[in-house]
Structure formats: C-alpha cells, structure tokens
Ligand binder design. Structure first.
Ligand SMILES: NC(=O)c1ccc[n+]([C@@H]2O[C@H](COP(=O)([O-])OP(=O)(O)OC[C@H]3O[C@@H](n4cnc5c(N)ncnc54)[C@H](OP(=O)(O)O)[C@@H]3O)[C@@H](O)[C@H]2O)c1
Length: 500
C-alpha cells in the first residue's frame, strides 16, 4: 500500500461486523475489503438460513460467486468468519459465544441488511427497524467500536422534494412503531397500513425513514448514514457489469431486453438516479474512514453527481439500441419497450401488450396440458412496476455537499482505490457494460450467443408485425361490420318511417 493511501491504513487491524454481506452490495463490500484492505483483522458476516440451506452451507458456497474471482487465490478463511443469525429473530438470533466475540472484537459495524421488497406488509417491513435496534443494542456493548455505518436509501425522505444531508423527522418514533406492530393484530395492521403510510410510497421506505431516526438517537460513537439511490451493476471492479439481483431497474432492463416488459409509466425528464454498486461500496468505506477521523456523525446522499444526471428518457435512448445489438438467445418477444408518460395510455398498452398476451400464453399452456404461469406472473410484474413508477414520475433534488467534501479530502491514491466520483461517468459505456453483465451473470449467456439472439429477434420482429397487422386488420373488419350493420339498420328505419 502506498504511503499516500489513508483509507487502507484505517482498515488495517479492523474487525468488521457486516450485516447484509450476502446481498448485492454486501458481496461487493466484502470483495473490496479483501482485495484492497487485506491487512484488516477480520470480517464477521451475519448469515441466515435460506431456501433450505443452513448458514454454514451458504457460507461454504459464498465465495463461488464470480465477483470473488480475483480474490479466490487468497486464504479467505483467515479473514472472513461466519456469524449465524437472522434479523427477524430476537437479538438477531445470535448464539451466546458469537455475541461475546462480537462485543470483544468488533471495531466497525456496517449494517446493510434489509428486506428491500417494496410490497412487503408493514409487519414484515418492521424487521428493518427491529433488526437495526438489535444491531445498535449489540453495538453499544462493543468495547472497541470506532464507527457505525448504516446503509439507508436516498428515498428514505422522499416525501420532501429537496433532500438535504441531514436527519428528518420520521413519521413515527421507532419505539411507538414497534409497539404498534406488536400490539395490533395482522388484519387490523393491514387495514390501517395505507393510513399510516400517508405520503410514504411503500412500507420499505417508511421503515427506512424510521430507522434513520433510530440510528440518530442511539449510540455515542460516530455514525455514517449512506443513502444510495438506485443501485445498479458494477462500473469498474471487480469485473465490469457484475450484478446478482433483479431488484428495480436491473429487473426492468432484463425483462425489457427479453421482450417480456413493453411499457413503463415514467416521465422522460425525471432523473434516473442510478449508482453503480462498486461506487456505493467505495463511498461507504471511504465515509467510515472520514467519520472516524472527524468524529462527527455524517449523512451521505450518494445519488451520482448532480452535474452528470441521466434522465429516464436518455437512459432508454441509450439502452434501446444496445438491446438490439446484443439480444440474448433467451429473448421471447420483439423489443418494443417504451416509456409512457400518460398513465391511462400506459395502462391501455399494458392491457394489449401484456395482459392479452398473457391470457393467450396461458390458453396455449392449458391446451398442451401444462400449468399456467403468464397471467399470474404479469399480475405480479404490474404490481411491482406500479411501485417502481412512483420513483420514475417524480423529481427530487439531492444535496451532495458531504459526498463532495469526502471526495475532496481523499488523497490521490485513495481516489484511485476507492473511486466513487460520477462527474465524468460515461453513461453509454456504463449501460453497455451493464447489459453485457446482465446477459452474462443473470442469463448465463456468453457473447457467442449474440448471433443466435439476433436471428431470433429478426424472426420475432416478423411475427410481431404480423400479429400487429392481423390485429389492425381484424379491428378494421370489425368496425366495418359494425358500421354496415348500423347503416343497414338506419336504412330499415328510413324505409319503415317512409312507409308510415
Ligand atoms: N439495491 C438498491 O437499489 C438499494 C438502494 C438504496 C439502498 N439500498 C440498501 O442497501 C442495502 C443492501 O441492499 P442490497 O441491494 O444489497 O439488497 P439485497 O441484495 O436484497 O441484500 C439484502 C441483504 O440483507 C440480508 N437480509 C435480509 N433480511 C435478513 C434477515 N432476516 N436476516 C439476515 N439478513 C437479512 C440479505 O440476506 P439473504 O442473503 O439471506 O437474503 C442480504 O444479505 C439495504 O439496506 C438496502 O436498503 C439498496
């Protein structure tokens, strides 16, 4: 490590307790720490059982993800340790020995675990608050704790149109919120959810906002609150375009690129606040260094760079031709995805381009004796898209002074190692790499499938226009039939009236 580097030095001998380490951002945080800050002492990763796999099994398989390829040669078991637990259980479901170990060893907490689904019930989402309370309780007893990092979201205070890097008054205090969720039965809670949410668009955002206030009022050590906007695939490292989940924009890109999603309700001039996951990780790690140095709790709105914001309209302009250039072999329909600003027009298009198609697909499936899937899945997709559209038809302005100051205070070597400056981000290149990453890491398609994808797209293009032509022809025939029936009827009436 060069003598100019400060951030790497800060992590030397640190023991980090990381929640959410198995997630999209968490993996990149771990990879970065292990690749660039090998001198750290230990990383303790909270892992829960999932899909029938024990934490031990998940941990054993953890480093098989391609994002860890660059560090596989290292003796990772020297540095990374499993902590079995579950944020939904009391006191994170931690074992007595692990609690003792964490209290004694941890010098830095990064709390990134959260249920990020927009459509969860308030009861489910309440675990985001409860788990943070439990992590903070544990952190209070960590004898050597230097800094506490909480990963929030840029939209935690989206009921305001201008968002500063400061704490806001939450809709409810965390104790009252958790008390309410505990005391009220599920049905009543469901019934009062929309009233409780008020202007908040969903339960995820609501609980993220309450949690920020909880972090503000707990713990004496310096705290970092990082508020990333829409986290998307890697821009630089460890590999270009790496991605491992289908949340938000990533899911939209993928489904649009497969010809499954054809319409989205969005304003072309609204900003699409995309931030690459590796830059979010770098900003988070740099912020912990800075806050430890200054000793002041600080909030970072990590929403890109205000001088280089991309709009939804521009985003689609960029990705559309790339979709045509590198279509996947798994493509199922012609690419005719469009942003639609008018909600009614969007709904009409969704009806013809999704719903009618879904019923047709299910009809064919029934005919061949297979289980139906299309209508059910499109219903889920429409629900998710409605929740996402909230963020694509509005505009927010974000203050970024703390992020810019953090960048200015970093030394050149640190800027190279922990880059998160998006002032000069080349959106065309970034989106191209992202789409290639989606093909590679989510669809498991290498570049040699592009010719097959192109061939399939050409055929789908012909089929699509044939179906469209058939539709308009049938509509024309139907209207002609109605018109001639009406004129026949009018003629008959004229005749009868004349006879009278
Ligand atoms: N993705 C975005 O666009 C975005 C934007 C702004 C802020 N954020 C914030 O960034 C953080 C990381 O998000 P992400 O994008 O990495 O999401 P993600 O891929 O869904 O990861 C979520 C992480 O939280 C863990 N987790 C969830 N429930 C848990 C539980 N009951 N017990 C233990 N661990 C649990 C997950 O563990 P499993 O592997 O066991 O599921 C996973 O490690 C979150 O706090 C999120 O609010 C994300």
């Amino acid at each position: 490590m060069s003598s100019d580097a400060q951030i790497g030095k800060f992590y030397k001998e640190q023991s980090i307790f990381l929640t959410g380490g198995t997630g999209f951002l968490g993996k990149i945080l771990i990879e970065k720490l292990l690749r660039q800050c090998w001198d750290l002492k230990k990383i303790y990763v909270l892992v829960r059982p999932k899909k029938g796999k024990s934490p031990e099994k998940r941990f054993e398989e953890f480093f098989e993800y391609p994002c860890f390829d660059l560090i596989k040669c290292k003796n990772l078991s020297e540095k990374v340790f499993l902590i079995s637990g579950d944020c939904q259980k009391p006191h994170l479901g931690l074992g007595v020995q692990d609690v003792k170990l964490l209290k004694k060893e941890t010098t830095c907490v990064i709390h990134a675990a959260a249920n990020v689904k927009f459509d969860q019930t308030l009861k489910e989402a309440s675990h985001n608050v409860r788990a943070t309370r439990d992590v903070l309780e544990l952190a209070k007893e960590m004898q050597n704790l230097k800094v506490f990092v909480y990963v929030s979201t840029a939209f935690s205070n989206c009921v305001h149109s201008h968002i500063e890097e400061r704490f806001y008054t939450p809709p409810m205090k965390s104790e009252s919120f958790l008390g309410l969720v505990d005391d009220v039965d599920d049905n009543t809670l469901q019934a009062i959810t929309s009233k409780l949410l008020g202007e908040y668009p969903n339960t995820y955002i609501y609980t993220k906002c309450i949690t920020e206030d909880l972090v503000r009022s707990s713990l004496q050590v310096p705290k970092v609150i990082v508020r990333p906007a829409i986290v998307t695939s890697t821009i630089e490292e460890p590999v270009l375009g790496w991605v491992d989940n289908l949340n938000g924009v990533i899911g939209i890109l993928l489904l649009a690129g497969l010809g499954i999603l054809q319409s989205m309700h969005a304003k072309k001039n609204s900003p699409a606040l995309l931030v690459p996951v590796d830059y979010v990780a770098n900003c988070t790690l740099a912020a912990a260094w800075k806050v430890h140095r200054s000793g002041t709790t600080t909030i970072y709105n990590y929403t890109g760079h205000n001088k280089n914001i991309i709009t939804w309209g521009r985003f689609i302009e960029i990705v559309k031709p790339i979709g045509w250039e590198v279509p996947p072999e798994k493509i199922v329909w012609y690419l005719c995805f469009k942003l639609r600003e008018n909600r009614l027009w969007h709904k009409i298009c969704v009806f013809f381009l999704h719903t009618v198609v879904a019923y047709f697909v299910d009809f064919v499936l029934i005919c061949v004796g297979r289980a139906t899937i299309a209508v059910k899945n499109y219903r889920r997709l429409h629900k998710a898209m409605d929740l996402i559209s909230y963020f694509a038809i509005r505009r927010w302005s974000f203050e970024q002074d703390n992020v810019l100051e953090l960048w200015d205070q970093m030394r050149n070597e640190d800027k190279k190692m922990f880059n998160f400056n998006m002032e000069d981000t080349d959106w065309v290149k970034y989106n191209r790499d992202s789409i290639l990453g989606l093909r590679m890491y989510l669809l498991k398609e290498t570049l040699d499938t592009i010719p097959k994808g192109k061939k399939k797209l050409k055929i789908l293009c012909v089929v699509h226009y044939a179906v469209v032509a058939l539709f308009w022809y049938s509509l024309y025939k139907f209207l002609m039939f109605v018109a001639s029936s009406l004129s026949e009827r009018a003629k008959s009436l004229d005749y009868l009236e004349g006879r009278d």
